[in-house]
Structure formats: C-alpha cells, structure tokens
Design a protein around this ligand. Structure first.
Ligand code: FAD
Length: 623
C-alpha cells in the first residue's frame, strides 16, 4: 500500500470525535488520514470509563445507526450494563455501560486498523496548509506536509491545555499527554472566536486498598441491554459490580479547609466547567446545606485494580485529595494511583460553524468534539461522525447533510450549538429535545440507517440486518392486525384476567395490545394461533408504536407545524424593539441572536409560544 499523495480528508486527533470522523470518511470511500499524537491512545477515555446514560445513549445509538464504532466497541468492552429510567416511558429510557477502558481502546483501534481507505499516522499536527484562504492540508511537528481536500480538527482538551492540581499548574493535553501549543497559537491568529473552558477528573484509587464490605454494591441488569443494533449479549465480557459510598461532614470540612489552595476558588482558573459534572469543591459550595453526596465506585477494567470514584472530581492539592478520599467509608486506607486534576483548554465559538461543521471563516476546515464547547465522549463521537461525513461529501463534490431536530439528537446537538453557542461545556439531555417521543434510543436505526445508506456510510451487512428488521416489524404489525380473538374462545380466556373489561366481541390482537395492562408478551403466542418467533428489537417497536400511537401522532403534528415555522424567514432588518407585547428580555435576545427563521426564534430559551405568535402577527403586518 502506498500513501496517497493527496488525501480527501485529513482528521487531526484520535479521540472520540477523530476516530468516528476518520471512520465515517473512509466508509464513504474517501482516502482518509488520521493524524494523532500517539497511536497507543486512539479511543482513549480521558475521564470516566463509561459510555451512554440519559441523552447520551441516544447519541451512541445514532452513531451506530450510521455505522459508527462507539456502540459496538461498548458491547465488546462493557463490564456493567444498565437500562436507566426503565420504569419510565421509552422516550427517556437510556442504556449505560461501564467500560473496561483497555478493552474499549483495543476495540476502537481494531476497527480503525481494519478500515479500508484509512491511514493512521502518529505525529503532532503543528499547522494547517492554507491555499487561497482554504484548508488544504497539515504540517506535522517534524515538518512533514500532508495535502488534502479537507481537514477535520478534533483536538479535544489539548489546545493550549493547562493542567491544575492545587496552585501548581503545567501544560498538558490530559494527564500523561502533551498539549497542543503550536497549533493553538496558529488557530488563535485566525478569525475564530476562541475562549477557555475547563473540566476535571477525580483521583484514581487502588482497589486492593479499599474495603468493599462496608459499601453498598450496585450490580448491573441481570439481562444485560445491548448498545449496538448489530451487537448481542455474547459480545459482552465478564460483568462485575460497582459500589457506592458517600462523602460526610468530615469530608466536607477537609474540602473547605483546602479552599485557599483551590485553583478554582482562588481565581487561578478562569475557564467555566461542566455544570452537570461539578467538582466536589463546587458541590460543597453550591449545595452547602447537603451533608453527604453519593459517590459511585466504578472499576476501570477487568485486568486492572484501578477504580474511578465517580463524584469527587477535584483540582484541590494532592494532600487534600488524599485526606478527603480517606475520610469516606471503605476508603480509610485508600492508595491514590493518579491524582485528580482540572484542565483548561481553548474552544471555539460553535456559532462560527455551518450545520455541516465546516467553519465559516475557513472553507474546507471542519471542527468536531470538545473544541466546539461540548463535553463527553458521545457528544464528541456524534459530531466527529457528522464532520467526517461532510468533509468526505465536500471532497466528493456533493452536498452536505445534517439531521433536523426532529430526526436525531445529533440534529438537536448541532442546532443548539450553532444557533445559541455555549459558554459552558454542553452535554446532551433528553430534555433538550422537543420531540423526544420520536427520538428514542430504540428507534435510532429506523430514523437514520436508510439515510446513512443513501449517503454511503452504511455497510452491506448492517443494511441487510436493518432491512430484515424493518420487514419483520411490518410483518408482525400486519399479523397482529389480522389475527382475531372471539369471546369465550380459549385464547380470550387467557387474556381476560388481564383486562379491565372482558372481551365482549371480536378483537384483533392489535386492538387488544392497545388496551392498558396488556403487553406484547400476552398476545404474542396464544393457543390456537400459529406460533411466531419475533426478535426483541422487533416486538419492542411493535409495542411502542401501538401503545404510544396517540402521543406519537400529536408529536408528528407538532413537527409539521415546526417545519412550517422553519420555512418562515425572519427578515434581517426586523425591528424587534417595536413589537408590542414582547418582554424586554425577549426583545433583547432576539436583537442579539438575530434568528433566521421563526423556528430558530422559538428555540431561544425564554422565547415563549406567545412570543412566537406575536412575531407571526408582526410578520403578517409587514407583508
Ligand atoms: P479527546 O478525546 O480529548 O481527543 C483529542 C485527540 O486529539 C487526542 O488523541 C490527542 O492526542 C489528539 N490531538 C490533539 N492535538 C493534536 C495535534 N496537534 N496533533 C495530533 N493529535 C492531536 N467528559 C464528560 O462527559 N464528563 C466529565 O466529567 C469529563 N471530565 C473530563 C476531565 C478531564 C481531565 C478530561 C481531559 C476530559 C474530561 N471529559 C469529560 C471530556 C471527555 O474526555 C471529552 O469530552 C472527550 O474525550 C472529547 O473527545 P474529543 O475527541 O473531542 O477529544
């Protein structure tokens, strides 16, 4: 194999965004180079060894629906799987897997090394090659020049990375890895809006020094959920328990006593941290009335003793870290293997991006992942896939693509970032999606795989499996509609005890399934009805479609209304200050954000349905 003299796409950075970007582009048949600091750290989890969770598993399943790597790697590496919100409706149900970080990295690397059209190269990228204002390649730290049609930058927390432990700080991309300083300086000289964010991680602990007998144990689900539509339980390695301990008054006193050496509370760190993953010192200050916080003690893998104490992310000095850890039940003799730390890094205002994730200021340059102001592997992976896809499409001379808000969480993520920007690390939640009953984690393939196939992302194997599943759903739906139960038949006797009102006339199985208290399993295989064998993924879709039909059709109406609003343009010269009835707050937001459409205006936080109606009236008056 010879290196191509010119690549279609060069991806800089082999984290979660970079690996999905490179794989997506290569799957599209485009010659792709993945240039990264260190091949050993491909797919490395910088912080918690877990994939998925509420809102996040929705993104993982969407990546999977478009044939990305994250979900299958999780199935191969997950050492504890759970369905969160299992008693709530399907819209907010989520899959979370504790991952063995060594197995996860190995699975990602295996996928990368076996991907056609993909070239890996280890070296730091120091600069971009720019021709006529467009990105046309990269220069490495030793001066090697790689030419390309497009460049996707996914440098994570590495750009100008500054690591803090107490009042000590040093440059770094994350613990043990170099920062990216030269490239950060080059990018700061370009007309992008750059700012600083921060994130933090807890100290790691040696399990041999922990007393688990005094902690609450937290097992995974007995029937383990599967992350990938192409995955199965046989892929899962040995499953193990997590544990729970708590902080206490003593822990909180220790933390308070160390605040004068906290980089966050002495003004050494300016970057804003993730609101939903606060450091332990932040929690003690923000929730001063709480005298205890739950800490999840999560194994980092099957072949290591290291533990990840989820909930005590900190940048306090090491002596304070050790004391606070040892004040907790079970951790009295704990040995810290790696201190916790915070890292500050450059990120770019995502409002300077197009929906394809191409930058507005430099054509052919795409940004994805943490550098766009997000936090989390899943958010990074999803953006990476989109940026890699669109970079490949551009190199093929084709139109870009981005899913709409009613099609995917990925659409919500990109739209939120581009229309509103972010001042703090952005993470996904189901509450960010207005059409969450339609954007479920169980139907990401039905929403996206066909489009992925059309774009060239989806392999033959996945496409065949998907078509089979879609057909099976149709067949099973048709069977339930056409199979009838009559009163006093043996079948009706089986179902009757479950019904509030017994069967009084002939019913189809579909009608019966619609009734409260009846589940798919009740109607699936009745006596005298020919037996069928329906996979869980299929019966789940049939049941959800029937049980939630009313809500789903109402949401479909809302989507239709939103599409009309999407087509209603707000003139650039619209004077919001004179619209009667709008609050000053809404006026200010509209003047600041200048939404392009009525739909974009409606998504600005604080812009109510009443305000949207006033905008519509005002538009009609102008017409
Ligand atoms: P990364 O995973 O950071 O990958 C960047 C890649 O780019 C690396 O491989 C790097 O070597 C490479 N690279 C960078 N610059 C260059 C260059 N010039 N040349 C070549 N290669 C380059 N997420 C959460 O959800 N919750 C948390 O609590 C949380 N805490 C975190 C704490 C810490 C200390 C860190 C470091 C991260 C934390 N994260 C957290 C964030 C999570 O790690 C990221 O969201 C995720 O890894 C982002 O993926 P990415 O692909 O954008 O970047």
């Amino acid at each position: 194999m010879n290196f191509p003299s010119r690549f279609g796409v060069i991806v800089v950075g082999g984290g979660h965004a970079g690996t999905e970007a490179a794989l997506a582009s290569a799957r599209m048949g485009v010659q792709t180079l993945l240039l990264t600091h260190n091949i050993e750290t491909l797919g490395q989890m910088s912080c918690n060894p877990a994939i998925g969770g509420i809102g996040k598993s929705h993104l993982v399943k969407e990546i999977d629906a478009l044939d990305g790597a994250m979900a299958l790697a999780t199935d191969k590496a997950g050492i504890q799987f759970r369905t969160l919100n299992s008693r709530k409706g399907p819209a907010v149900r989520a899959t979370r897997a504790q991952a063995d970080r060594i197995l996860y990295k190995a699975a990602i690397r295996h996928t990368l090394e076996n991907q056609e059209n993909l070239w890996l190269f280890q070296q730091a990228c120091e600069d971009l090659i720019v021709e006529s204002g467009e990105a046309r390649g990269v220069v490495t730290q030793t001066g090697i020049r790689f030419l390309s049609d497009t460049v996707v930058l996914t440098a994570g927390t590495f750009l100008g990375g500054l690591i803090h432990i107490g009042l000590e700080n040093h440059s770094g991309g994350r613990a043990g890895d170099p920062p990216s300083i030269g490239l950060a300086e080059k990018l700061r000289a370009l007309p992008f809006r750059v700012d600083r964010l921060k994130t933090g991680t807890p100290p790691r602990i040696d399990a041999r020094t922990v007393d688990f007998s005094v902690m609450e144990s937290q097992p995974g689900d007995i029937i383990t959920p599967v992350m990938s539509y192409m995955g199965n339980r046989e892929l899962h390695p040995t499953q193990i328990n997590c544990f729970i301990t708590h902080t206490n008054e003593k822990t909180h006193d220790i933390i308070r006593s160390g605040m004068d050496r906290s980089p966050m509370y002495t003004g050494v760190i300016d970057g804003i941290g993730p609101r939903y993953c606060p450091s332990i010192e932040d929690k003690i200050v923000r929730f001063a009335d709480k005298n205890s916080h739950q800490i999840f003690v999560e194994p980092e893998g099957l072949t290591t003793h290291e533990l990840y104490p989820n909930g005590i992310s900190t940048s306090l000095p090491f002596d304070v870290q050790l004391e606070l850890v040892r004040s907790m039940k079970g951790f009295e003799n704990a040995h810290i293997t790696r201190p916790g730390y915070a890292i500050e890094y450059d990120y770019f205002n995502p409002q300077d991006l197009k929906y394809s994730l191409e930058t507005k200021h430099m054509p052919r340059l795409f940004f994805a992942g943490q550098i766009n102001g997000t936090t989390g592997y899943e958010e990074a992976g999803a953006q990476g896939l989109l940026a890699g896809l669109n970079a490949a499409l551009l190199s093929q001379g084709k139109e870009s693509w981005c899913p709409r808000r009613d099609e995917a969480y990925l659409g919500v993520l990109v739209d939120d970032l581009i229309s509103m920007g972010t001042k703090e690390p952005y993470r996904m939640f189901t509450s960010r999606a207005e059409y969450r009953l339609i954007l479920r984690e169980d139907n990401a393939d039905l929403r996206l795989t066909e489009k992925g196939r059309e774009l060239g992302l989806v392999s033959d194997a996945r496409w065949e499996a998907f078509c089979k599943k879609r057909e099976a759903i149709e067949l099973e739906t048709a069977r339930l509609k056409s199979t009838w139960i009559v009163p006093n038949s043996p079948e009706s006797e089986i179902i009757n005890p479950k019904l509030e009102t017994p069967i009084s006339h002939e019913y189809s199985l579909m009608d019966l399934l619609r009734r409260p208290g009846i589940e798919y399993a009740d109607v699936a295989n009745l006596k005298n009805v020919p037996e069928v064998s329906v996979p869980d993924q299929v019966s789940e879709q049939v049941q959800i479609a029937v049980k939630y039909a009313g809500y789903i059709s109402r949401q479909a109406d809302d989507i239709e209304r939103m599409r009309r609003q999407e087509n209603t343009l707000l003139p650039k010269d619209m004077d919001y200050s004179i619209i009667e009835g709008l609050s000053n707050e809404v006026k200010q937001k509209l003047i600041l954000m200048k939404p392009e459409t009525l739909a974009a205006a409606s998504r600005i936080p604080g812009v109510t349905a009443a305000a949207v109606s006033l905008l519509l009236v005002s538009l009609k008056k102008r017409a």
